[in-house]
Design a protein. Sequence first.
Length: 374
Amino acid sequence: MSEISQLDPAERILMGPGPSNVPVRTLLALAAPTVGHLDPQYIQIMDETCALLRKVMRTENRLTFPISGTGMAGMETLAVNLLEPGDEAIVCINGVFGQRMQDVFQRCGATVHPVEAPWGETISAAAAARAVADHPHAKLLAIVHAETSTGAHQPLEEISSIVHQAGMLYLVDAVTSLGGQELQVDAWQIDAIYSGTQKCLSCPPGLAPVSFSERALAVMEARQSKVQSWYLDVSMLRNYYLSKTGGGGRAYHHTAPINMTYALREALRIVLEEGLEARVDRHRRMHQRLRAGLEELGLQYVPSSSLYGLNCVRVPKGVDEAAVRTQLLEQYGIEIGAGLGPFAGQAWRIGLMGHTCRQRNVDLVLTALRDTLV
Ligand SMILES: *Cc1c(COP(=O)(O)O)cnc(C)c1O
């Protein structure tokens, strides 16, 4: 094996749809000594991590913890625990991640009623209200807060009250919004939510924070059938992640990713040190600076791409979009994202997430694009 050299990846400026750059403090946390997953020290670290998550998600939900897996494992956790075969679900689809929710929910044996909007647009409250009226037996409505495939920023509050008036659960994908856009789980009455670590939290990929309201918990407890996924079954996971009432011990389920928990804990500490509002404000200001610079270069945003952390712009006619991305990577060490689905070959996705979201990176990507496009 001597021909395989020591690991030495080149540093990149990660301005794609995730992962984002990771602060050194968070990388150093990964290197702390691995301890046992039932070691009292570790249980305390996990409890602290869950407490930090509640603060960042703005929720009092007891059932708030990181799933071992990336954002998609969070999506799958909500689906397998809240849906049973034969259930009906309303899924809002205006990009890749809404499509994925439909696929995951159908794999749980649910009948999905889609509410669709064209790619790049958001779902209107009127369309959600119509779907809820048309499908009164649906158990839940699921929606993506920050559609990373298009840059669409979905307003959540009005649809929340529509969903609750109909007695349904409200599920939200917050993978790209948590830590970069305003998000209030309790005030907006979100019943179940999942996120990921590598977007605006600026932690390496590998954990999926989730949170469930008491209403969602009651739905899970009333299940007729067993959760079909053993690994993601919240009824077992909660006996490990949360102390039982009366302070009982923790039941082994799977070995938690110890060092990833260290990293998430540090990443959340960094978020709260900055302050949630200040952090969203930084994302807003950097987005505005990038938007002004891109428009000055003659680049146009796709309609309603208004997320701070993900900027989706059209590739100008006659430009080889892949060649531009390659040049940015090779000459400047900057990674930006390609378009997905109907936007493949038509758009770039420029991420400004978490630790990457700084003026020097905004100015550098603008300079690099200016040089590359002429
Ligand atoms: C990235 C992303 C996911 C999937 O997360 P992974 O960590 O890639 O599994 C889900 N939803 C949205 C909106 C995302 O941006």
